[in-house]
Design a protein around this ligand. Structure first.
Ligand SMILES: C[S@@+](CC[C@H](N)C(=O)[O-])C[C@H]1O[C@@H](n2cnc3c(N)ncnc32)[C@H](O)[C@@H]1O
Length: 245
């Protein structure tokens, strides 16, 4: 029997805005980027396509959405049809993006790179961005360096090889051909959990499949347990970086 992953859990339950802060945070962060109907935008690791649909609807931008998970793509495709938005949807891997060099003005990545070979993925974002183009990458970030035991615990659910600190993420971006790197939003995981004090944080969206493998409930509870346990040791940051000219 195939081993199920955290992404199978997200895809099966159709969790949209599967990143800290959800669509509300995405809206705020993207609003500063001056998108227009001629902007070429890539949503890398688009999941069920909530952000891609929002960008196409709100800015009329030329949006390409890419993910490697077949069920995510199916749900994203259904969303684009339902909402009548024009988004180019592709199956692909951020380690080998299927686009020529210098294709995009904005590459938006929300909670994806952490699950990859980070430098390879960052290198691909840099390659497909036009010189002067912008990367916005929201990623899990360690509030302090994590021990091998902590990493092992996180890896058992998320299959992450490493969880860089803010300084480490910034250093990697610098080493890969980005400049003007800044952190435009961030906080601990605890600060991103919606509660009565933070009504502006929307609850995640769900579009559950009919057949749910019961093992996915185990992944869900393991994820919940880790979220609580690491709520102050882990955070998220939105890194903004400009592709060097
Ligand atoms: C936590 S979800 C976030 C989805 C979406 N960006 C959002 O915020 O709702 C991570 C997504 O990254 C995709 N993903 C992970 N590794 C990938 C890779 N190497 N290439 C393309 N997509 C990948 C997963 O399939 C999943 O849809």
């Amino acid at each position: 029997m195939r081993e199920l992953t955290y992404h199978d859990f997200l895809a099966t339950f159709g969790i949209g805005g599967a990143h800290p802060g959800g669509l509300a945070l995405t809206r705020d962060v993207v609003a500063k980027e001056r998108l227009t109907p001629v902007s070429q935008v890539l949503d890398a690791g688009c999941g069920t396509g909530q952000t891609a649909a929002y960008l196409a609807k709100t800015y009329g931008a030329q949006v390409t959405a890419l993910d490697q998970h077949p069920l995510m793509l199916q749900k994203a495709g259904r969303r684009f049809q339902r909402e009548g938005v024009r988004v180019q949807l592709l199956q692909g891997d951020v380690h080998r993006l299927p686009f020529p060099d210098k294709s995009f003005d904005l590459v938006l990545v929300e909670s994806v790179t952490i699950f990859t070979r980070i430098n390879t993925a960052l290198g691909e974002y840099a390659r497909v961005l036009k010189p002067g183009g912008v990367l916005l990458d929201l990623e899990m970030t360690a509030e302090r360096p994590l021990s091998a035991k902590e990493l092992e615990e996180l890896s058992s659910v998320y299959n992450t090889r490493q969880v860089p600190t803010e300084t480490e993420w910034t250093g990697r971006l610098q080493g890969i051909g980005f400049e003007s790197i800044s952190v435009v939003r961030g906080g601990t995981v605890a600060s991103a959990i919606p509660n009565e004090q933070t009504p502006e944080q929307e609850l995640p969206e769900f579009e559950a499949s009919q057949d749910v493998d019961p093992r996915l409930y185990d992944i869900w509870s393991a994820h919940q347990a880790l979220t609580e346990k690491f709520s102050r040791r882990l955070g998220y940051r939105v890194y903004r970086a400009v592709r060097k000219k």
